[in-house]
Design a protein around this ligand. Structure first.
Ligand SMILES: Cc1cc2nc3c(=O)[nH]c(=O)nc-3n(C[C@H](O)[C@H](O)[C@H](O)COP(=O)(O)OP(=O)(O)OC[C@H]3O[C@@H](n4cnc5c(N)ncnc54)[C@H](O)[C@@H]3O)c2cc1C
Length: 374
């Protein structure tokens, strides 16, 4: 693995940074304060083609690789963590299942609209009684003539209310747990699709999270992704690469905390204690970045990357949390004030240790991968 970015990746980073610092970052504090969807940021990302980073050119996307995607999310998160999670979920778990498991018709129907940002993607797996143990989900998809009828409630769905399309996981068979689950493309405008409660979270205030209620939602069989009973594999594969995106979010938050701490120390002065803290913060973020880029590099080359993606998600998100806390410590009292970027990073970083598989679950995955035969 070459540890230098290729010229193409470096140029891409510079182009994302221009939008991130020019349009996205100036909105971050307001979006957080007002709990509002960063529409201008998403429009700018759309115009720059960032909603279709991973979608092949033949379907209207940029056709870039997992490393470019990681860099994109990292740059956005450095500017505004809410904007980054919206784009991340859309691009990875909200779109990739169609890319990886869709048939030709599904790809031709949905990918161009997702690439153009005409539709925002979302991923609906979690339920009130199934988070980490996703295989125990209860939403049903009953066969009915030439389609399915879906019933159930999904919770903590990112992009709720703004998504034009949800990838929904539901039980199609009597088989227990994972074997009975199938995946469906459910357009938001389908009859019976409703937004339930929208949650107020401690952070990521600009990223809407809430309940997706499905009441007698009729979808054609053509909207089933993959075979009946393949849904759990669709979800797990989507989450593998999704974890690289979460790593990008964490790197962005961590780097922002490092940069703001450094700027503050230069302006205000610093003692040796601050210097050591800053050095540890920067070293942690740099080591996390190497893990994330390595996982992305393996993914781009079609190599196995489950273990690397989980290690990266675990280390990057723990690093973001630690570094954000350290930054408040160096900033002192002013770092605790509402509206200060220091306190925002702490609130934003926390959910990253929980979603797309909590960090305890990442350890379960890593241990399983390490103990696999071979
Ligand atoms: C901001 C936010 C956005 C989200 N967006 C989405 C989304 O878009 N789509 C979606 O489907 N879901 C989404 N989620 C849900 C998220 O994926 C779940 O929160 C996550 O899977 C953990 O499930 P849980 O919260 O129900 O925790 P639980 O599964 O109830 O776990 C509680 C605690 O027990 C630990 N634990 C559980 N099982 C094990 C185990 N086997 N070994 C060790 N420890 C264990 C967990 O680590 C955790 O600390 C989102 C969550 C948040 C907070």
């Amino acid at each position: 693995m070459d540890l230098e970015l290729t010229p193409d990746h470096a140029v891409f980073r510079a182009s994302v940074r221009e939008i991130a610092q020019g349009v996205v970052q100036p909105l971050a504090a307001e979006v957080d304060r007002d709990h509002r969807f960063p529409i201008e940021a998403i429009e700018a990302a759309t115009q720059a083609g960032l909603m279709g980073v991973l979608i092949p050119r033949e379907f209207g996307g940029a056709g870039l690789d997992a490393l470019a995607f990681t860099i994109c999310i990292e740059e956005l998160a450095q500017a505004c963590a809410s904007t980054a999670v919206i784009v991340d979920v859309h691009t990875s778990v909200g779109t990739e299942p169609i890319l990886l498991f869709g048939d030709d018709d599904q790809k031709r129907t949905w990918l161009p609209r997702l690439a153009r940002g005409e539709l925002l993607g979302a991923f609906a797996l979690s339920e009130p009684s199934s988070g980490s143990d996703a295989a125990s989900l209860k939403t049903t998809a009953r066969r009915d003539r030439d389609g399915y009828v879906l019933n159930g409630t999904k919770v903590f769905i990112t992009n709720i209310g703004h998504a034009g399309l949800y990838i929904v996981f539901a039980r199609t068979g009597a088989e227990s747990r994972a074997a009975g689950i199938s995946a469906f493309i459910v357009p938001a405008e389908t009859n019976g699709v409703r937004v339930g409660q929208v949650f107020h979270k401690m952070g990521l205030h600009g990223s809407p999270t809430g309940e997706l209620v499905l009441e007698d939602v009729r979808v054609p069989a053509a909207n089933r992704l993959g075979a009946e009973g393949q849904g759990f594999s669709v979800a797990m594969r989507a989450l593998d690469s999704g974890r690289i995106g979460i790593s990008g979010q964490a790197l962005g938050i961590g780097q922002a905390a490092v940069d703001e701490t450094r700027a503050l120390m230069r302006e205000r002065g610093h003692d040796e204690g601050d210097d050591f803290t800053l050095a540890d913060m920067a070293a942690r973020v740099e080591s996390a970045r190497l893990l994330a880029y390595h996982a992305a590099w393996r993914c781009s080359r079609g190599m196995r990357f489950t273990r690397e993606a989980s290690m990266s998600k675990l280390h990057c998100t723990d690093t973001a949390m630690q570094v954000a806390i350290d930054a408040v410590q160096v900033a002192g009292d002013e770092g605790t004030l509402s509206g200060s970027p220091f306190e925002r990073h702490v609130r934003d970083a926390k959910a990253l240790q929980i979603y797309e598989g909590s960090n305890q679950v990442q350890r379960v995955v890593i241990a399983r991968e390490l103990l696999r035969a071979g």
